[in-house]
Design a protein around this ligand. Structure first.
Ligand code: AMP
Length: 378
């Protein structure tokens, strides 16, 4: 299929190419199979979670242009499951197959400077920030933004890697020296009361569906828990959803994206990051919504109409991380009211996301529930 023929929905049996072999690709491939599509996963790691459930796979580096060409020739559309896929790989594919979302979306979200400028243009407020290309830039930025502040790499940061909190000006030089690659970005430290995210899907026809906003809690910089819906005022939750929808529209993205936001004590929301793909904070949607994030993503990528993002239950999702997550599996997979998912990773290394478990609750019951009792079950 050429890019210009991409407007019609993919026929049953067509093949969706997925760059990246992780759990997001795995769950996307499972959703694709349910809708009658084949998948072809391209990733450098053999026996990756995505490959275990895909129809076909290619194990090759993202820089292998010949392997990329063969991959493009074997698929009808290309998507990606993590945003650190080298832009050059997507650039090479874009002339050969429709890419959803495309290179421009990937490029905006791979670079924190471009992302922040984009968020501001899209009408999503962000914390004060400044690009840092030298130590002199950092001194100026600190003078303007004040302390504490967070210095981050602009590329390849995730799960809290590639950032340093600067609490005193004497810490600035060491933080600058440690973080790489340059350039960096300095942000004001946000005294948030909660971290919130909203996930939006945008179809090839431009329709947008947004899931209910959720509240996220991290442990050692890795998402630990998502509470759906977020226990925040309804107007704030609607604002978060509105921001996610605006981002999807302004990016022109076809597929699912997550917008991570900080909630301040006065009810204001500040945008932090866009993930242009299904997101860990949306895993609850597969079990609690009519059409979860992975099915929405595949629907969008395949040119099908989006499904309803309606939530049918309240939910708490816990990530199963490292050896501790593995130890919890036998109990969780046997527990009533919990839907457990395992990703098939070969090693249970510390800090690795191995699976997740979603506790489903009657619709509307989360806000009044005692959190400790819920977490005892998870
Ligand atoms: P990020 O890689 O930007 O998603 O940041 C990872 C985590 O670091 C976030 O989920 C926050 O908990 C924390 N964080 C990032 N940026 C800030 C900030 N400007 N102020 C306070 N905390 C932050």
């Amino acid at each position: 299929m050429t890019p210009s023929e991409a407007a019609a929905p993919l026929p049953l049996g067509a093949t969706i190419g997925i760059l990246g072999g992780g759990q997001l690709g795995r769950m996307s491939a499972m959703a694709a199979a349910r809708l009658g599509y084949r998948t072809h996963v391209f990733a450098p790691e053999p026996d990756s979670p995505g490959m275990q459930v895909a129809t076909a796979h290619t194990v090759a580096p993202y820089e292998d242009s010949e392997a990329l060409r063969r991959f493009a020739a074997s698929v009808d559309v290309v998507t990606f499951e993590f945003e650190n896929v080298p832009a050059a790989a997507l650039a090479a594919l874009e002339g050969l197959a429709p890419c959803r979302p495309g290179l421009s979306v990937l490029a905006t979200c791979q670079d924190r400077l471009a992302e922040k400028a984009f968020l501001e243009d899209a009408g999503v407020p962000v914390a004060p920030w400044a690009p840092v290309r030298s130590e002199a830039d950092l001194a100026q930025a600190l003078a303007r933004i004040g302390l504490p502040a967070v210095l981050k790499t602009t590329r390849l940061g995730y799960d809290g890697r590639g950032q340093a909190v600067i609490r005193a000006s004497e810490e600035a030089a060491a933080a600058y020296a440690r973080l790489a690659p340059k350039p960096l970005v300095l942000e004001a430290f946000v005294p948030f009361v909660a971290e919130v995210s909203a996930i939006a899907a945008r179809g090839a026809d431009g329709a947008v569906a947004v899931f209910d906003a959720v509240e996220n809690r991290h442990r050692h910089h890795i998402l630990d828990l998502s509470f759906a819906p977020a226990r925040i005022p309804a107007a704030v939750a609607e604002a978060a959803r509105g921001h996610a929808a605006r981002v999807a529209e302004a990016l022109g993205a076809v597929g699912v994206l997550a917008l991570e936001l900080f909630l301040l004590a006065d009810g204001r929301l500040l945008g932090n990051e866009i993930a242009p793909r299904p997101h860990n904070s949306g895993h609850w949607t597969m079990d609690a919504c009519d059409c979860g994030q992975f099915e929405q993503h595949i629907r969008a990528v395949a040119g099908l109409p989006l499904g309803p993002a309606t939530r049918r239950a309240d939910a708490v999702m816990r990530n199963l991380v490292g050896p501790e997550g593995q130890a919890a599996w036998p109990r969780l997979v046997a527990a009533p009211g919990i839907i457990a998912h395992w990703y098939g990773k070969a090693e249970a290394r510390a800090g690795r996301k191995l699976g997740h478990a979603t506790l489903l609750l009657p619709w509307g019951s989360l806000a009044g529930a005692r959190e400790t009792e819920l977490l005892d079950r998870l």
